[in-house]
Write a protein of this length. Structure first.
Length: 257
């Protein structure tokens, strides 16, 4: 027989399933116990802070729920999509025809890209949230911060004297590590870097490109580096984004990262 605590717990899970049907499978599988609150409803996704389920060791899980395509302001796809291999022939035809199925393929593509990049880069030792699982339009990952005190995007942070240099080098180490693993973030700025207790986590990878196949790779790398340099210049870090980009790109081409 189940004890009262277990019964109450299971009842609470049932209620959560009803309140958040899009998360039901993650509740069933023990990833999520309860949705606590919305961290942010962004351009392309809503991020929820959830109490972790029994299979997760940390207290919380972040659930990033992508909007359906019709409801979202979509980025300029082509720049990021060029050079991507689009699934099988049927999926490719649907994508090219921009049919409903094609849009689903494409939408699956963005979230899958984020999941794929997070897995690869987290395993490589990058400062990104640990990815837990992905299905449909939902991606679950490590939650950065405390439940009632989420990590702050870097653009809102006043850095302490001396801290800026170290954090600048952390971001540059990440950019280089991504490139060494054939990825460029491609939307990197102080908006997509979270700050928590003096440390950084870089987020938001759906548009990450593969520099081996994307013809816009160098321009995207340059923009990422410029954004980061411009933010840190405000905190007294002098840098030359063109030189940094040239150096990184040259080493990438020589296979010397
Ligand atoms: N793992 C996480 N832990 C804590 N907070 C997070 C996490 N991931 C995202 N967030 C919060 O949710 C916000 C939106 O996340 P993200 O940038 O991935 O989505 P987006 O749809 O691109 O949003 P935006 O349009 O604001 O860039 C972040 O700025 C951050 O405040
Ligand atoms: Mg973002």
């Amino acid at each position: 027989m189940q004890d009262l605590d277990t019964e109450l717990y299971l009842e609470a899970l049932d209620q959560e399933r009803e309140r958040h049907p899009e998360l039901a499978s993650f509740i069933d599988d023990g990833w999520i116990a309860e949705v606590l609150h919305v961290v942010k409803s962004g351009k392309e996704a809503t991020v929820l802070c959830c109490k972790a389920g029994s299979r997760v060791e940390s207290r919380c899980v972040a659930a990033k729920i992508y909007r359906s395509r019709n409801n979202r302001v979509f980025r300029n796809d082509a720049v990021y999509q060029e050079g991507r291999v689009v699934l099988d022939r049927r999926a490719r035809r649907a994508y090219e025809k921009k049919s409903r199925a094609g849009r689903q393929v494409q939408e699956g593509g963005w979230i899958y890209h984020e999941w794929d990049a997070l897995k690869l880069l987290h395993a490589a030792g990058a400062d990104v949230p640990a990815p837990f699982t992905q299905a449909g339009n939902v991606l679950l990952m490590e939650y950065v911060g405390e439940p009632d005190d989420p990590a702050t995007p870097l653009y809102k942070v006043s850095l302490q004297a001396g801290e800026a240099h170290e954090l600048f080098h952390t971001v540059m180490r990440n950019i280089k590590l991504y490139l060494a693993h054939d990825r460029i973030h491609s939307d990197l700025s102080a908006y997509n870097i979270l700050y928590w207790e003096g440390r950084l986590k870089i987020i938001d990878f759906p548009q990450a490109v593969d520099p081996r196949s994307n013809p816009n790779a160098l321009a995207l790398l340059q923009r990422d580096v410029e954004n980061v340099c411009a933010y840190f210049a405000k905190w007294g870090v002098q840098s030359d984004p063109h030189r940094i980009t040239r150096g990184l790109w040259g080493r990438f081409l020589r296979g010397a990262l």
